[in-house]
Design a protein around this ligand. Structure first.
Ligand SMILES: Nc1ncnc2c1ncn2[C@@H]1O[C@H](COP(=O)(O)OP(=O)(O)OP(=O)(O)O)[C@@H](O)[C@H]1O
Ligand SMILES: [Mg+2]
Length: 362
């Protein structure tokens, strides 16, 4: 998969920008605060219909403007035009200029994997944020998963509201529990399968990146396993008294978590900053492989200022791991030395203006 054409209108600090990208490596250079991350963010918005940096879409609108638009041409076997239009009244998603009603129809049309310096947050964040990463990735591959997840969240809200009412209507609770379990089983299975697929290559990526023999694994911490293999239905039933007392649903797929391990120790608690970075790089590379295998197309890799945080040997190890047939957009204040031997196209970004440069020319 490739983004060949990107058009920004009043998006962040871009008033109007139009960029043609190349297959392979595209390097975006520029001083701090010129719009490098904003440009990568715009593609992440097309991928998931929302930003990973802010919760309010309106923050993406250029200060003082009415609305923002991100348009791009994505080429796979066919070429598709994808547009996200954001106004203060709401958001419109268009595929080939036709509005779509459900975001699940739109998500995954452009598949990107973002490597961001903010990634390290994942180790400090709450389980909810970690699940969100998993859910976002699985949703891009399976619209059915997204539907089940939003169905589950709706039911969970209803169940929590019911638990707060007195007396709790047992028949309604039975019905809700049954419907929730019907969503939980496939969601739990999809998450476990997904982690299993990540694990099939994560350790190898980590070893090559870190040039060590350490074993890196991703563990899915399911409620059912913590409670020694009861089914979701049993767990929900057993939890009723506690749930009624607390007015909350205390068990279920909304309480599960994931953890990265290095030699069986929790990375969040024991690893160095550099190791944490490499665990996340290995995770994103494994993710790209899972997505490429499942969708038969390489996702677009967005590497935001990732090289500057690695020493030269690890920079080289990272660049070696990026598949040659992946399109890659990499930001950096200057072209990093490690890229000198590679072929790439450079774009210079200054104050929301993108200028393509010939390689090697200022
Ligand atoms: N909604 C907005 N409207 C206008 N400008 C904005 C908006 N949101 C952010 N900006 C500005 O965009 C500028 C560029 O931000 P960006 O994060 O893309 O910088 P960068 O080039 O990645 O810099 P760095 O190298 O420091 O990471 C910042 O000065 C920021 O204040
Ligand atoms: Mg930046």
């Amino acid at each position: 998969m490739q983004v060949t054409h990107l058009l920004l209108r009043d998006f962040r600090n871009y008033e109007k920008a139009e960029v043609l990208f190349h297959p392979g490596l595209n390097v975006l250079t520029g001083a701090n605060a010129q719009g490098k991350t904003n440009l990568l963010e715009s593609l992440a918005v097309v991928s998931l219909t929302r930003s990973y940096r802010v919760s309010e879409d309106t923050q993406l609108i250029r200060y003082g403007a009415e609305g923002a638009r991100v348009s791009c041409l994505v080429e796979e076997q066919l070429s598709q035009r994808l547009d996200v239009v954001i106004t203060r009244a709401g958001k419109t998603l268009l595929i080939n200029r036709q509005p779509v009603r459900r975001s699940s129809e739109f998500i995954g049309r452009l598949n990107v994997i973002l490597f961001s310096p903010d990634d390290l947050r994942i180790f400090r964040d709450s389980p909810r944020e970690r699940r969100r990463i998993l859910d976002a990735e699985i949703s891009k591959l399976s619209p059915a998963y997204l539907t089940q997840l939003s169905q589950y969240q709706k039911l969970l809200k209803q169940r929590n509201a019911l638990l707060k009412s007195a007396p709790v209507d047992g028949l309604i609770l039975d019905a809700l529990d049954e419907q929730m379990t019907a969503c939980e089983v496939p969601i739990g299975t999809a998450r476990r399968q997904f982690c299993g697929q990540i694990n099939s290559t994560l350790a190898a990526y980590y070893r090559r990146l870190s040039r060590s023999e350490d074993l890196c694994t991703l563990q899915y911490l399911a409620c059912t396993e913590e409670a020694k293999r009861q089914s979701y239905a049993d767990l929900l039933f057993d939890s009723r008294q506690r749930d009624t007392e607390t007015g909350l649903t205390n068990t279920g797929i909304h309480r599960e978590d994931l953890a990265f391990l290095l030699n069986e120790r929790n990375v969040a608690e024991t690893a160095s900053q550099g190791q944490k970075r490499m665990v996340l790089l290995a995770f994103r590379l494994a993710l790209q492989e899972v997505i490429a295998a499942r969708s038969h197309s390489h996702p677009v890799l967005l590497l935001d200022d990732v090289l500057s945080e690695l020493d030269p040997a690890h920079q080289e190890a990272l660049m070696e791991q990026i598949p040659a047939d992946c399109q890659c957009l990499l930001t950096s204040t200057q072209v990093p030395a490690v890229l000198q031997q590679l072929s790439y196209h450079e774009y210079h970004i200054e104050n929301g203006t993108v200028t393509p440069l010939e390689k090697g020319m200022p």
